[in-house]
Design a protein around this ligand. Structure first.
Ligand SMILES: Nc1ncnc2c1ncn2[C@@H]1O[C@H](COP(=O)(O)OP(=O)(O)O)[C@@H](O)[C@H]1O
Ligand SMILES: [Mg+2]
Length: 286
């Protein structure tokens, strides 16, 4: 999983990593960012795939309505049955409400979906390109929040009367939900390697610390930090100035996180698009 603030290079690194892993076996690169750009970076158009794209590499960009479908498949009807007993609401409206209002429910289902893809055993590697920082953190917060909701919910539900309905199914659904959250959290703890992507600039470095602390709080560990956009060639006054500006931030990251694997990626004069450039980047990354 590649995480970090917007624009630091998560999708670029995910694409390069996916190409690297595709050499070993069937690989999936999946983006759960609301504005995905994987196909753009791989230069995939509606009509054709670019030359050199390995046949065992799959590229997927999850969009909003797919999350709704996941919700539908796992809980939709059953929870709706319960709610519609005392709230007059159409099913479509209900799903929309659930996935948009409940904190992190969409993210929960994304984690769950990726966990299922892992369990399927279809892939030797799955590379996960996530949304910018804020959403990623809410993703991590979801199970804890959900557990809190669930702790209170049975007491509320036990006070409600559903006409001739028994309250038993509700509690069972909630229990199933709680189990799902726990399984997803376990999955994040055990099977996911978090790679933090950052750049040597004040805001990014400040956010890095916050994210690492947050991850630690949930028992999730960062395996690697990628510092992207590092000026390596200083053949102009502009680049000298930029490099000088980056130096203290680089020093700060290396000193503070010396126990983590840190990889620096150079700032390239061109944007990174297409298989050839991505492979070049992959060589530096691995
Ligand atoms: N090392 C680099 N050198 C030059 N351009 C880069 C580098 N890394 C990323 N970029 C460019 O920066 C932009 C943002 O990268 P992207 O991977 O989409 O960021 P994110 O997914 O974190 O929002 C893209 O246009 C990409 O080509
Ligand atoms: Mg991106």
């Amino acid at each position: 999983m590649f995480t970090g603030k917007g624009g630091v290079g998560k999708t670029t690194c995910s694409a390069a990593a996916a190409l690297h892993y595709a050499a070993d076996g069937r690989t999936l690169v999946i983006s759960t960012d609301a504005t995905p750009s994987l196909s753009h970076i791989f230069e995939i158009t509606d009509k054709q795939k670019p030359a050199g794209l390995p046949s065992n590499l799959e590229i997927r960009e999850i969009v909003e309505h797919e999350i709704r479908q996941m919700w539908d498949a796992k809980f939709g009807r059953e929870v709706y049955e319960v709610f519609s007993a005392f709230v007059d609401i159409e099913y479509e409206e209900f799903v929309e409400f659930m996935t948009s209002i409940l904190p992190g429910l969409g993210e929960e289902f994304m984690v769950d979906h990726i966990r299922e893809l892992c369990l399927s055993g279809d892939y030797s590697n799955i590379v996960w390109d996530t949304a910018p920082l804020g959403q990623t953190l809410s993703l991590l917060e979801t199970p804890a929040l959900l557990a809190e909701h669930l702790r209170l919910a049975p007491r509320i539900y036990s006070k409600l009367k559903f006409g001739n309905r028994s309250k038993e199914p509700v509690l069972e659904i909630l229990k199933r939900w709680q189990k799902l959250s726990a399984a997803n959290m376990d999955f994040l703890r055990r099977d996911v390697d978090f790679t933090m992507v950052t750049i040597p600039e004040a805001l990014a470095v400040a956010q890095l610390e916050g994210t690492l602390r947050e991850l630690e709080k949930y028992g999730l560990s960062i395996k690697q930090i990628i510092i992207n956009n590092v000026v390596k060639i200083e053949d102009s006054l502009f680049l000298q100035t930029k490099s000088r500006q980056q130096r203290p931030y680089l020093k700060q990251i290396h000193e503070k996180y010396h126990d983590l694997k840190i990889t620096e990626l150079p700032l390239f004069p061109q944007e990174i698009k297409g298989i050839v450039r991505l492979k070049e980047l992959g060589k530096i990354l691995f």
